[in-house]
Design a protein around this ligand. Structure first.
Ligand code: PLP
Length: 411
């Protein structure tokens, strides 16, 4: 079927998720293909933020820690995220940033495997994952990070591997790892696994429990639409919780923070991985985003994102052939995530030209253009419109007028 505007409209009309777009604050004239980097604002998040500010903070004051259950928010919202990633409610808690959660879990994993000293990961992993791994190994004097070619990870797991740290869906290529297989390989060698779900939660099917995964982290502000700087989440399999301890022994991870005793005693469950006071405003908007995603079965979210991907790529093949774009995402839906990437030598300038016309994707060095195909608010006509603008940009060469990249700016 040739991907025409009429076909796009017919696909939208038949889409069971089509009603969700109206529940986001998306500005007119914008086709937003960057929800894999910062999700747009759910209308419910704005209402929630106003209510939390006016009633809970403004009027309730400190009483809201109990009356509005602020104190329970990390576990309550974590329990909701658990349903999106195939985990049990007591296995997920919202806390800190993805980077800080990586640190806490890596150090606890290294301590749980004292006879093994290596964090195994892949080259080209998301930078913060590599940087934090280096930092975690650094505080454990004898540990080190071993980053191997992505294709060699499975073979590199050995008797010195304490933990295999991988990103489930790669931030640039959207290549998706086989979580069950790699977890089984790690376990066969006696190692733990730590999965970064930043590009997975709310986008593709994740089954932590079915895959027997040990540890995981992920972002709140991407596909979960939690808002800029919304806190992240972490997962510790129930069977491991008693044996693992956070190296950041803050009072919120204490068994009884309001006993105010001198000696640290970790809380019983996943709450022991909390550190300081939870960010209530960010938790409130994150909860609104997660509640929205929970209205849809995770399998339906994944099915829609796969269809958007196919439609996008079909259109690229039909309308942008000969313009120098090469697909940088695996074509097989079983091994890809929810964004689509193309390599183009002029990628930065082309993306700037698209953004100037309201088609917002992003660019990753050195030459990768990314388009987030988020199932809740992107429709097939949006994809058609984005490709139409791209086709015009290429044929009129308007990208030649894009200003050069400025150092220090967010891309
Ligand atoms: C976005 C992203 C992060 C972000 O980490 P923060 O600490 O929230 O800034 C980490 N890992 C991956 C794989 C990501 O895509």
């Amino acid at each position: 079927m040739s991907p025409t505007l009429e076909v796009a409209r017919a696909l939208d009309a038949a889409d069971p998720l089509r009603g969700f777009k109206a529940r986001f604050a998306l500005p007119p004239g914008v086709i937003y293909l960057d929800g894999n980097s910062l999700g747009p604002m759910p209308l419910a998040a704005r209402e929630k933020l106003a209510a939390v500010a006016d009633r809970e903070w403004g009027e309730g004051l400190i009483r809201s820690w109990n009356d509005a259950d602020w104190i329970g928010a990390p576990e309550r919202v974590g329990g909701k995220i658990a349903r999106l990633i195939g985990a049990a409610p007591g296995e997920v808690v919202v806390a800190d940033s993805t980077s800080v959660n990586l640190f806490k879990l890596l150090v606890s994993a290294l301590r749980a495997r004292p006879e093994r000293r290596v964090i195994l990961t892949e080259t080209g992993n998301f930078p913060t994952d590599l940087y934090v791994a280096g930092g975690a190994a650094g505080v454990m004097s004898d540990a080190s990070v071993r980053a191997v070619d992505p294709a060699d990870v499975e073979d590199a797991i050995d008797g010195d591997t304490a933990v295999v740290m991988l990103t489930h869906v790669h931030y640039k290529s959207a290549a998706r790892r086989d979580m069950a297989r790699l977890t089984a390989a790690a376990h066969a060698a006696g190692a733990l696994t730590l999965w970064d779900l930043s590009h997975s939660a709310g986008a593709v099917k994740v089954c932590l429990n079915d895959c027997d995964a040990d540890l995981a982290v992920g972002c709140g502000y991407k596909f979960l639409n939690g808002g800029p700087g919304a806190p992240a989440f972490l997962y510790v399999a129930d069977r491991l919780q008693a044996a693992l301890a956070s190296p950041l022994t803050g009072w919120m991870g204490h068994a009884a923070p309001f006993d105010f005793v001198d000696a640290y005693r970790p809380a019983a469950g996943v709450r022991r991985f909390l550190c300081g006071t939870p960010p209530i405003l960010g938790l409130a908007t994150l909860e609104a985003g997660v509640d929205l995603a929970l209205e849809v079965a995770p399998a339906d979210l994944a099915a829609k994102s796969a269809k958007l991907w196919d439609f996008f790529n079909n259109l690229m093949e039909v309308r942008l052939a000969g313009h120098g774009f090469s697909l940088a995402t695996p074509a097989d839906p079983a091994v890809r995530g929810s964004h689509i990437s193309y390599v183009h030598p002029m990628g930065y300038a082309i993306m700037q030209a698209l953004i100037a016309r309201g088609v917002i994707g992003d660019f990753r060095e050195p030459d990768v253009m990314r388009f987030g195909l988020t199932p809740l608010y992107i429709g097939f006509e949006d994809v058609w419109g984005a490709i139409d603008v791209l086709a015009q940009t290429m044929s009129a060469q308007t990208w030649r007028e894009s200003p050069p990249r400025q150092p220090g700016r967010v891309t």
